[in-house]
Ligand binder design. Structure first.
Ligand SMILES: [Zn+2]
Length: 119
């Protein structure tokens, strides 16, 4: 997670919700981020149980709260693919790689799709 003011990477610290570089108060952002992570975890649980549309709904809530998390986009892609929606899946995985070029799920899945479609 990055400070929206100066772009420094925020590292969670006890007793502190301010940016270590510019001292901006990040408590609202952290709250939103935590909430988004919670929805994302719900989505992962639902995915394991095979409830894809419900998982997708929860992950969309996570993305609505916090858009720049590669894992959320990677999961959105996986859920789209599981429901046969490969165009959306590819868009989501590219989004994931935009936020984190090292994202393993997005990278592997895109490679697989490219092998399957032969381009
Ligand atoms: Zn800052």
């Amino acid at each position: 997670m990055k400070c929206p003011v100066c772009g420094a990477v925020y590292r969670p610290a006890i007793h502190s919700s301010t940016c270590r570089r510019c001292k901006a108060d990040l408590s609202d952002l952290i709250r939103l981020h935590d909430q988004a992570v919670w929805y994302h975890r719900q989505a992962l649980c639902l995915l394991q149980q095979g409830h894809y549309p419900e998982a997708e709904a929860n992950n969309s809530k996570a993305l609505a709260l916090y858009d720049s998390q590669a894992d959320f986009h990677a999961l959105a892609g996986k859920l789209s693919a599981l429901q046969g929606n490969f165009q959306d899946a590819i868009v989501s995985w590219h989004q994931a790689l935009k936020f984190d070029p090292q994202n393993a799920i997005a990278f592997t899945c895109l490679q697989m799709i490219e092998l399957l479609t032969g381009n």
